[in-house]
Design a protein around this ligand. Structure first.
Ligand SMILES: [Zn+2]
Length: 389
């Protein structure tokens, strides 16, 4: 009997740590950052006190990890007056740097909900990566940036880019933007509006960790947005609808990571399940994110694991260095949707011209000469009939 009790106790001791371990959220370290960030900084509207407190929170986290930080203030005007905001920057320098990589996430939010997905999730992943690389010797100088005032029109990222010298822009190998990476059916990596080695290798890496959530290359030319978002900032689709656009316009190769679904051809949403749509709604809370389940934690951790491996694994060195060669300008106007639009416009003008001329003809507004020149016939006249031999 004693032996059985002893054995029982031994088994209990053996499985106890496993049980604790299985319950631990350490596996999802990015989520732990999110949980704390949203609890401490639930309101982060551009220019508000909450936004400044969030910037201080992020700066303190960087400092705790051992980074030198920079507090970049900027202001801009909107209909409601002057807004003051700030970026928080942390840098890590390589011994033999191959160039600079910028990783960014905006920390402000809209005035409804708590911005748990948009973009607490991005900030959390940024902090998770920051912690992992803080003491490493990398091949690149890495700049970690928490951008302010993205929701108002990419003001933080614009300020950051405007402060980069031409040399710095040219020596920047890559900018990676993380925005809304928790609540979404899938993860997407978007680089250029065409397949590139950089984009494909990130997707492949993201799917190599064995998580059940899957990553995809952004469906190229899907969810085209041919409307200009603002007068200064043209963007063609969802893959450019965040801070990465500003860097891309400045000639820096970019990657944008976000979660969502492109199940319908023409529209982008977070999930097929309407209950979890959260973009800029009161539904963007930690509570809603939690009820999306382990998928939200996985999405975030995949992004963190992917970018960490990407920065530290020498296999990706050449791909990163060569990313610049794959940048393509005006890709939209060279792809098939553009030709469809050209065709429709041409057909439209032709039909309109024909109908307009016919209308003038009917109203008898054309002179005899105009009628003859334009060959607008009511019926063939004698001189228009040729003798065929
Ligand atoms: Zn966002």
């Amino acid at each position: 009997m004693k032996k059985i009790i002893c054995l029982f106790i031994i088994i209990l001791i053996a499985i106890a740590p496993m049980a604790v371990f299985a319950d631990s959220s350490d596996q999802y370290s990015a989520y732990d950052f999110l949980n704390d960030f949203i609890t401490e900084c639930p309101q982060r509207v551009s220019g508000s006190e909450g936004e400044t407190l969030a910037a201080e929170y992020i700066q303190n986290k960087f400092i705790e990890m051992g980074y030198q930080t920079e507090w970049q203030e900027f202001s801009f005007t909107t209909d409601s007056g002057t807004i003051n905001s700030q970026n928080v920057v942390a840098r890590i320098f390589a011994q033999n740097s191959l160039g600079q990589i910028i990783i960014g996430a905006h920390y402000d939010s809209v005035n409804v909900g708590n911005g748990a997905n948009d973009n607490g999730s991005g900030v959390a992943v940024l902090l998770d990566i920051a912690q992992k690389i803080a003491d490493l010797s990398l091949n690149y100088d890495v700049v970690l940036v928490a951008f302010g005032a993205e929701e108002e029109g990419f003001y933080g990222s614009s300020h950051f880019v405007n402060n980069m010298s031409m040399t710095e822009r040219q020596s920047t190998l890559l900018m990676i933007n993380i925005d809304s990476v928790a609540v979404g059916d899938n993860l997407y990596f978007f680089g250029e509006d065409k397949a590139t080695a950089l984009n494909d290798s990130l997707v492949e890496l993201a799917n190599s960790f064995g998580y059940s959530q899957k990553a995809y290359a952004k469906p190229l030319s899907k969810d085209l947005n041919i409307i200009y978002a603002t007068t200064d900032i043209p963007y063609y689709h969802t893959g450019y609808a965040s801070d990465n656009l500003v860097f891309r316009i400045a000639g820096i190769p970019t990657e944008f990571v976000f979660s969502g679904t492109f199940e319908k051809y023409d529209s982008y949403t977070q999930t097929a399940d309407v209950d979890f749509w959260n973009m800029h709604t009161a539904n963007d809370t930690l509570l809603s994110l939690n009820s999306f389940g382990v998928k939200a934690k996985e999405n975030m951790q995949i992004v963190s694991d992917t970018l960490f491996n990407f920065l530290t694994n020498d296999d990706f060195k050449d791909i990163i260095i060569n990313a610049r060669a794959d940048m393509t300008n005006d890709i939209f106007w060279q792809t098939w949707p553009a030709y469809v639009i050209y065709g429709v416009l041409l057909l439209g003008f032709s039909i309109f011209g024909f109908l307009y001329l016919r209308k003038l003809r009917k109203l008898d507004l054309l002179t005899v000469n105009q009628k003859n020149e334009k060959k607008v016939f009511e019926s063939a006249s004698v001189e228009d009939i040729y003798d065929l031999k």
